[in-house]
Design a binder for this molecule. Sequence first.
Ligand SMILES: [Zn+2]
Length: 218
Amino acid sequence: MELRQISIILLLRSNSGKNTSKYSSQGKFMHEAVVLQYLSETGALLEGHFLLRSGLHSDRYFQAALVLQHTVIAAKLCAAMAEAWEGQNIETVISPAIGGILVGQEIGRCLGVKAIFAEKDEQSNLLLRRGFTLKPGERVLVAEDVITKGGRVQQTLDLVRAQGAIPVGIAAMVDRSAGGVDFGIPFRSLVKLNLPTFEPTQCPLCQKGIPIDKPGSK
Ligand SMILES: [Zn+2]
């Protein structure tokens, strides 16, 4: 436990001063340390020696579903995400499936508005299916669990605009972009996670002979 708390402090330090996007900001009402504590306690943020899907190694591994499976914690996190968007006349929350659906649903409930989701077709384009629609001028919040490169969020923004609706902002639980995304509209996350990665040949954990884990696919 002590080790975890130390690394949470290190994570917070590593996050300071990296707020590069003019629109990017932390959730106003839940401190990053509280969010990190939830991620750590639920096993969503693990420490060890991991082989990532990219082939790189890391001393940390993050899986959003492992915190969001705890419904009471998920509700608290999503309420904190929603608070930043109150009073902005959001009419609909939209999420890219699958990861964003749960946070979109909870944020929509907190804001008292509907929540819909976009899903992939065979060519991996995002579409509205199931009779979901957006009206011209409808004010829409995009919600996602984790943003890394931002590709799916950008596709969702394009979809919203193609319907004539107005994307007002983006709410993410975790920002893993390291400041590498700029959507041109307000983007707020509860916490930034800049997790270290290593080439296998330069991995300090390999050099110490620590066995490697291959966590489940996303
Ligand atoms: Zn390694």
